[in-house]
Design a protein around this ligand. Structure first.
Ligand SMILES: CC(C)(COP(=O)(O)OP(=O)(O)OC[C@H]1O[C@@H](n2cnc3c(N)ncnc32)[C@H](O)[C@@H]1OP(=O)(O)O)[C@@H](O)C(=O)NCCC(=O)NCCS
Length: 240
């Protein structure tokens, strides 16, 4: 079975028709540029947060920036680059980890300062009172065993106890496994941002950013942003 057909089949089974359409569009437009749909969500922390037990016995923890160094070997063993993680801790971001028999099998990050959104080549800055979750990753060998939902329940309870009123995050419309997670966390969909980068170059058309309240998207000083009215934005980034 071709990998494209397999991806489409999984998208339909795991996340429904919308995900299948995104996967198809992305594949069809690939010769002309990079197409992506980013689906944004919020989780109201005043709504009850049920505990979730993973299918394997994991221990979940929130790691404060000052404790991160002691997790360095485990994070590097999971294939993560320390220099990137160090920069996150330096701006106060925390991570949630899941450990299985002492091995790190999941990590996800929380920030109030901001995080890079690669598809938009921009920094997302959360609104005051919000915590923004990014870069969730479960080791391939334990995917599908509810490790992420278990870690996420822990993270949400932590964020609530820190006084945050909501948690926001986005999921790629072409990522059916991540879209499935959303159903499990009782998050509310707040909008979709479409982005098309013709020729995979430095300019991109984006739509849906203006209608969303909440996080601010910061394209950086080197970018030029032109409004196309109701048709969205045209953003030209500094050449990489
Ligand atoms: C998305 C991700 C974090 C989910 O983590 P997880 O711990 O496997 O979470 P779950 O066990 O709840 O599985 C979520 C869904 O993935 C799908 N899934 C099941 N087995 C899978 C596997 N081996 N590989 C990929 N996805 C799988 C299933 O649809 C599952 O939901 P369901 O079992 O209720 O149908 C993980 O797939 C991952 O790290 N992916 C790569 C990075 C990524 O996409 N991050 C998300 C950025 S928003």
């Amino acid at each position: 079975m071709s990998s494209r057909w397999n991806t489409a089949r999984l998208a339909l089974r795991r996340a429904g028709v919308e995900s299948l359409v995104t996967v198809a569009l992305r594949g069809g437009l690939r010769p002309f540029g990079a197409w992506q749909a980013l689906v944004f969500f919020e989780r109201d922390l005043t709504v009850a947060i049920p505990d979730v037990a993973a299918g394997i016995p994991v221990e979940t923890r929130v790691v404060a920036p000052r404790e991160l160094e002691s997790y360095r070997p485990a994070l590097e063993a999971a294939g993560l680059r320390w220099d990137r993680l160090e920069a996150r801790a330096a701006q106060g971001d925390v991570c949630t980890v899941a450990l299985w028999e002492g091995k790190l099998v999941h990590v996800s990050w929380v920030t109030v300062a901001g995080a890079w959104v690669p598809e938009l080549r921009a920094t997302l800055r959360p609104a005051p009172g919000d915590a923004y979750v990014y870069d969730a990753f479960t080791l391939p060998e334990v995917r599908g065993t509810q490790v992420q939902p278990a870690a996420s329940a822990h993270l949400l309870a932590w964020a609530r106890d820190q006084g945050h009123r909501r948690v926001t995050f986005y999921v790629r419309g072409s990522n059916p496994s991540a879209l499935r997670i959303v159903e499990k966390t009782r998050a509310r969909r707040t909008g979709v941002v479409w982005c098309f980068r013709p020729g995979h170059g430095d300019g991109a058309w984006m739509m849906g950013l203006r209608s969303r309240h909440g996080p601010r998207i910061d394209f950086g000083a080197g970018a030029t942003v032109r409004s196309l009215g109701p048709a969205g934005l045209w953003v030209r980034h500094q050449p990489r």
